[in-house]
Ligand binder design. Structure first.
Ligand code: SF4
Ligand code: SF4
Length: 93
């Protein structure tokens, strides 16, 4: 019988399966043609973007999300998932 998990907020969610560390040599940021930019005036630090990033390239620094552009592929998932519309994309030059 599995135990019921009470989730009151995103911080209670189980940790995702992420390939941290194993692919650090493979800097995928050069694949990107759109770059996500966080508006810290709008950001509440809910960390939903951190949970959803498929590349695990959003770090938490001083309780704020910081995108590691060495690995961000510019997929835009964080932009879609941010409930505060705090992330937008700009074109890479
Ligand atoms: S999902 Fe949006 S509001 Fe939440 S931490 Fe990320 S950027 Fe900030
Ligand atoms: S654009 Fe994609 S890869 Fe880059 S931080 Fe957002 S979710 Fe992660």
């Amino acid at each position: 019988m599995s135990e019921k998990i009470e989730i009151r907020g995103e911080r209670d969610m189980p940790v995702n399966a992420m390939s941290l560390g194993l692919m650090t040599w493979n800097k995928t940021g050069s694949w990107r043609n759109l770059r996500p930019v966080i508006d810290y005036e709008r950001c509440t630090g809910c960390m939903i973007c951190w949970k959803f990033c498929p590349d695990a390239c959003i770090n938490i620094e001083n309780e704020r999300p910081v995108i590691d552009l060495d690995y961000c592929k510019g997929c835009g998932i964080c932009v879609e998932e941010c409930p505060k519309v705090a992330i937008s994309v700009v074109k890479e030059e």
